[in-house]
Ligand binder design. Structure first.
Ligand code: 5GP
Ligand code: MG
Length: 188
């Protein structure tokens, strides 16, 4: 695996992102909506750097199935959301690739009456967007490679890495051999 971002670089990036959110939102209340499962580490690091009243909720999205690194059909689950009527929402996802996940979720959150929906991603892949919308806050632009670590998985593995790495063909074989997880939740 090739390291794309070290734990130190990630921490600096999150601090920068949090500062920009604080500059933008001030001390007004916001509802942070994280996208399971890839955003869990980011959400936990980010919310501890915010000021003012913060509510946290999660939605679930997946466009990958099992041992694959290319997106499939998008599935969403929104049943954990609180009432968002009149709320300022910060949608937080691990990575903006084609942008389809973020586009669909921003639309859903607006439909639920959110007063404003801002979007934040840790990573954005270069040259991949298929949508009109752009994330409001981006931590890092990365090359078009399959990334794991810091919450991002491949077939359920490697979410726990404290750094971000690029998956290489040899890693895919290693993961297959170890059969660490076969529940097929890759890319969530
Ligand atoms: P999009 O809808 O923008 O194409 O894809 C966004 C979702 O796909 C992310 O929330 C993430 O779950 C998954 N994804 C996209 N690229 C990668 C990647 O390089 N590595 C991993 N682990 N997941 C990815
Ligand atoms: Mg995801």
């Amino acid at each position: 695996m090739k390291i794309l971002l070290t734990a130190e670089q990630l921490a600096e990036g999150i601090s920068r992102l949090a500062q920009r959110v604080r500059d933008d939102v001030g001390r007004r209340p916001i509802t942070v909506v994280g996208v399971l499962t890839g955003s869990i580490v980011l959400v936990s690091d980010l919310i501890r750097r915010l000021e003012g009243p913060v509510r946290v909720s999660m939605v679930w999205a997946s466009s990958y199935r099992g041992a694959t690194t290319t997106p499939g059909r998008l599935e969403l689950r929104l049943d954990l959301l609180p009432d968002l009527a009149g709320q300022e929402v910060l949608l937080v996802d691990d990575i903006f690739d084609t942008g389809r996940t973020m586009e669909a979720l921003v639309k859903e959150l607006r439909c639920r009456g959110a007063k404003q929906v801002r979007s934040l991603v840790l990573l954005r892949k270069q040259g991949r967007s298929e949508v009109e919308i752009k994330p409001d806050f981006v931590g890092f632009d990365i090359p078009d490679a399959f990334a794991v670590g810091y919450g991002l998985d491949y077939n359920g593995a490697w979410r726990h890495l404290p750094y971000l790495a690029e998956l290489e063909p040899a890693d895919i074989h290693e993961e297959r051999d170890s059969q660490i997880d076969s529940d097929g939740d890759s890319g969530t």
